[in-house]
Design a protein around this ligand. Structure first.
Ligand SMILES: [Zn+2]
Length: 207
């Protein structure tokens, strides 16, 4: 879908989120009602996907506004429990404008086999991540145990946020990736998912 040309930041954010959902769905990263997608708004609020619903078939109704504490702006709107993880990223990184969360096969499977991190090295695509000038490097992708208590999960993530060049993974669940704007967040997600898919293929061949 072509982007709607609009000067209304809310309309632009909603359009970005709908387009991101379709792109993530094309790759199979948001099965069933999985995943959530958000954008920071200029007034400090956050536009984020409503709980439930397929992220590949979003309409403007599927996007709600929450405060930086994750509370819905409009009574009756139900944000996903994972909204708090988006808020945490926006609070930690003032330049971050978009956060993506998906449930890919590669991130789900590899994180179930990993310890507290997945180390990715030798891949050309590593250069998509900030500060990486060469493929000849190793990047560490932290893995956190899944937890339905999202506030507790956020507390586990917090001490490591400053050292996550690629984002992070929740074990058996999916990835969190962010960027200054939606294009950057999507590029980083695509880069990370490419690396995880390669890693999964490598392990299959070795097995
Ligand atoms: Zn999830």
């Amino acid at each position: 879908m072509d982007k709607v040309i609009s000067s209304d930041p809310r309309a632009v954010a909603v359009d970005d989120i709908i387009a991101a959902g379709r792109r993530m769905d094309r790759f199979g990263w948001v099965p069933a009602t999985a995943g959530n997608i958000s954008r920071r708004l200029p007034d400090g609020l956050i536009a984020i996907t409503r709980s439930g619903g397929h992220k590949g078939m979003l309409t403007p109704h599927g996007v709600i506004e929450v405060t930086m504490d994750g509370a819905p702006v409009h009574a009756g709107d139900r944000p996903s429990a994972e909204t708090l993880l988006h808020c945490q990223i926006y609070a930690a990184f003032p330049r971050t404008g978009a956060v993506l969360h998906g449930h890919s096969v590669a991130s789900t499977v590899l994180s179930m086999l990993a310890g507290d991190a997945l180390v990715l090295s030798g891949y050309e695509v590593l250069k998509v991540f900030e500060g990486q000038k060469t493929h000849d490097a190793s990047l560490r992708l932290p893995v956190f145990d899944n937890d339905q208590d999202i506030a507790r999960l956020a507390r586990a993530v917090a001490p490591h946020l400053a050292d996550m060049p690629m984002g992070y993974v929740i074990r058996g669940h999916g990835v969190y990736v962010w960027g200054d704007d939606m294009d950057m967040a999507l590029a980083r997600l695509e880069g990370l998912e490419f690396l995880l898919a390669c890693e999964l293929e490598k392990r299959k061949i070795r097995a």
